[in-house]
Design a protein. Sequence first.
Length: 241
Amino acid sequence: MSLTLLPAVDVRDGKAVRLRQGESGSETDYGSPLEAARTWVEAGAEWIHLVDLDAAFGTGDNRAQLKEIVRELGREVNIEMSGGVRDDASLDAALEAGAARVNIGTAALENPEWTREVIARCGDKVAVGLDVRGHTLAARGWTREGGDLFETMKMLDDAGCSRYVVTDVAKDGMMSGPNLALLKEVAERTNAKVTASGGIAKLDDLKAIKELAQYGVDSAILGKSLYARAFSLEEALVVAK
């Protein structure tokens, strides 16, 4: 089984940034989001995970810039859009921009009826982001609690959710290794596919995630590890294949 890798481009105030543990104000600036995305495409990425942090935190949006990235690179790479998608307008904007898949986060917790309707309408073009502390979900920009992980998953499974993006908030941007136990536990309890997010620091972490393929973990988002040059995307793709 090969693991699909999604290098992340997080956009805040028009710049590519990385956060620590998802906290607003902890960002490191990496310049032009389009250039960051282009770097990953040239290195062989088949998917890009594109995040609008301003939309996620409710401090505005970078919609025009994200749209430009999809327009420039969308023919060469699949783009998963994330951040602040919580109503028809933001979802439709992402899909119309050309996103191959859209991640719904907080909205899935705050508006379950809408989320059910969207899953029914969009199928596998929609994934649900589960940002977790222990077994408790973290909501809106990770600043609030959003209820029990497995109760929420049961509701989403019943609605037909095809993919979860699972982030251990404590691990994100910390380069401390992924929460393999959490990933396995989530994957074992659902028929949906699971994307691992947060904590990946070395190539051995990717090997360990790949071992979870039998349970349905088929992809991983790479952020800080690539920007901090812990390894190259080319090296990661070799391990993932």
